[in-house]
Design a binder for this molecule. Sequence first.
Ligand SMILES: [Zn+2]
Length: 184
Amino acid sequence: MAPTHVVLGPVLALPLLVLAPELAATGALAGIAGGILPDLDLFVGEHRRTLHYPLFYWIPTIPAVGLAALVPTAATVAIAMCLLAAAVHSVADALGGARELTPWEATSDLGVYHHVERRWIPPRRIIRYDGAPEDVALSFVLAIPGAFLFDGGVRLAVAIALIVAVVYGLIRKRVPRYIEPIVE
Ligand SMILES: [Zn+2]
């Protein structure tokens, strides 16, 4: 779910705390933004297809990370971290449930769209569905670096994400009741 992707941003930025501490907060915030980015296709286009690229995000990510390592500035680090987080998000979604209104029923095989092979990657369901208890638990574990090793805006974003995670986890199975009339 989105909060789990959000709290992963600071985790991806952990190397910056050692390599370029002055850019770590920028990198973490860019990682948070990149973690949210793919899920904007909930609102525009087709979810888990229009902005989810399990393979293509890596093509700009690898040179962007290389450039940020060679020329570490706020801009290069932000671009690299944003792309990296979007790439990881697109792969990670395949480990969860399917793209369906009631993913705990596990009736769909649509995990994440693979644009190269023009097919859907089936859901692995290691996390059974977004907002499942194990998803909420995972978000708390991944939130530890963001909450304790960063401060300011990063810590605030992580705290907000955890609140959203808990609320979403509690109401998850009631969500279809509200969005079904909109989707159909
Ligand atoms: Zn997603």
